[in-house]
Design a protein around this ligand. Sequence first.
Ligand code: PBG
Length: 332
Amino acid sequence: MSLVEALQAQPAERLRRFRRTAGLRDLVRETRVSVRDLIYPLFVVPGRGIVEDLDAMPGQQRFSVDTLAHEVETVAGLRVPAVLLFGVPEEKDEAGSGAYDPDGIMPQAIQAIRRAAPDLVIITDVCLCSYTTHGHCGVVREGQVDNDASLELLARTAVAHAAAGADIVAPSAMMDGQVAALRAALDTDGFTDTAVLSYAAKFASAFYGPFREAAESAPQFGDRRGYQLPPSNAREALRELARDVAEGADALIVKPALPYLDILHQARQRWDHPLAAYQVSGEYAALKAAAANGWLDGDRAMDETLTAIKRAGADFIITYFAKEFARKEHDE
Ligand code: PBG
């Protein structure tokens, strides 16, 4: 039998039939990313009139509270539904008191966003690392991050954000019990409607590099392996997710995204909660650097990574590409 005869003897299934034209391919498309799936991270710094480019994150900037208004009008105008807010305080101290100051950078930014773009969903990062002199995500006692002492401060931070008008608080410190601590504090203070989006499976990753420059949050000694997940451990990640579900998390994040699609996929199968993936700063920076060198097609790489993240199970994606993706979607 010749090769051609062998092929003709096969059942009539030919997968290429639906790949022949753009119309056919579109008809059988299983996963579509929309701007409505995306959350845009924003960095707020002290001062006035500041719009500052970030070297390692081409196209991304830091804003002062006053310039933030214009930026969120643009974001909302592009129909990006939500922002994730990070603050850098005027002054850092050992206890990260700028994080839970009711008049601090975050409450000011939240109020400014609410005024400028009333319908934009406001999500806030709840962590101490940008606010502490040592750059760790909790309180340091005798060279160690003290889990339980950190919980109270994280809870106060979440309450300050809720009081200023945040819709969703997102604890990212990876302290044991942080979701329960936040939920209890929010409920006690009457913020029963503020949702908790937990960075439940957050890995100790090299891909956070550019972010630490943006948020000025690099640890001044040691690293975060004492509290963030080891990249080698999938079952441990699922236990973290299960804990946060048990503690009352309303929605879950897997972070970073592309290196952890297996975790995302398993989380999707196990839980019915809204599930987010965070395509982090280093994932963005790597693609941007390669595209700038002409080593890959930046547009296609953006589309492909976002599609892969959604295909693996994300309901929404936190990504620095949100505005760029939105502009492309609206142009088409
Ligand atoms: C704060 C926090 C980090 C990121 C989000 N929240 C940094 C870290 O854990 O060091 C990283 C986001 C990014 O890289 O885009 N704990």
